[in-house]
Design a protein around this ligand. Structure first.
Ligand code: ZN
Length: 287
């Protein structure tokens, strides 16, 4: 990869944006717009991680490491340089591709009565909810054509996991819900695996930005549980998409004192006790 291509990548992905997407928050501001916060690379107790957003550089006074966004990705994800570059490329390219895909699937929803009937049967009826969650339908056999016509190379679609190695749409006869950096698909067919995600992390908690200010949060495990509660008027709901929470989801729930109500089918007590040990003082987790 040329020097110029690397510079371009660094121009397109600002260090601060990448850090914030990985839940980093500055603890205080220094002169010349520089920021100081806890180091995501070592167990840091007092802020020692310095970020210069204008230069897109970081340095940690605790562990002594520093560099640019590529160096950060290498250290944070424990990758070698070429893999870190590949990961950043994918991270940059995925949002527009997923956005396009979600929009296409949204258009398909009302063209397929079996999809609307399935939603109805699962209790998802309000058009406002369908709009809010950007629910779509993947009939299969048409996404690849649409995206290649828009100019996306087949290789990018394969890399994102939207198209299989054999060249078919990966999501077929599935209700789809766009997530942050991923796409969840619930199968209508009883013979296919019920749940499908794109390769890579499922991401943080669902619609977290909309609930994080709330002192009481209801956590559910499935997006259909979320949908039904939202439709019933609950706005402080979020979803972990499965009964195991990843590190990022735990960090989000525990970033300030709050009460978390768990409404899980299984593994509820395990999650509740893990939360109880991590939530700041004055918080509660109730199964
Ligand atoms: Zn450090």
């Amino acid at each position: 990869m040329s020097r110029q291509a690397l510079d371009e990548l660094k121009q397109q992905i600002r260090l601060l944006e990448y850090l914030q997407a990985h839940d980093w928050q500055p603890a205080r501001q220094l002169s010349r717009g520089r920021l100081m916060g806890l180091c995501p690379l070592h167990a840091d107790h007092k802020p020692s991680f310095l970020v210069d957003p204008s230069k897109s550089l970081f340095y940690c006074y605790g562990c002594g490491r520093g560099g640019d966004v590529i160096r950060f990705a290498e250290l944070y994800h424990e990758l070698k340089f070429p893999q870190a570059v590949a990961l950043l490329h994918q991270w940059r390219g995925l949002p527009p591709l997923l956005h396009e895909t979600a929009g296409f699937y949204q258009m398909q929803l009302h063209r397929h009565t079996e999809a609307v009937a399935y939603l109805y049967q699962r209790g998802v009826r309000s058009p406002e909810l369908i709009e809010h969650m950007r629910i779509g339908y993947a009939p299969g056999g048409c996404l690849r054509g649409w995206l290649t016509q828009l100019g996306y190379p087949l290789q990018a679609l394969r890399q994102a996991g939207l198209v299989t190695g054999a060249g078919y749409d990966a999501y077929t006869r599935r209700i789809v819900f766009p997530l942050e950096g991923n796409l969840y698909g619930r199968s209508l067919s009883v013979t296919a695996p019920p749940h499908r995600f794109l390769p890579g992390a499922k991401g943080g908690l669902y619609a977290w930005e909309q609930v994080r200010q709330s002192p009481e949060v209801i956590l559910v495990e499935g997006l259909f549980d979320y949908a039904v509660l939202w439709q019933a008027g609950f706005r402080n709901v979020t979803c972990s998409m499965g009964n195991h929470l990843n590190g990022r989801q735990y960090r989000q729930l525990c970033d300030r004192p709050r009460t978390v109500y768990l409404a899980f089918d299984a593994a509820q007590t395990a999650v509740a006790s893990r939360l109880r040990s991590r939530l700041p003082a004055g918080s509660e987790s109730k199964a």
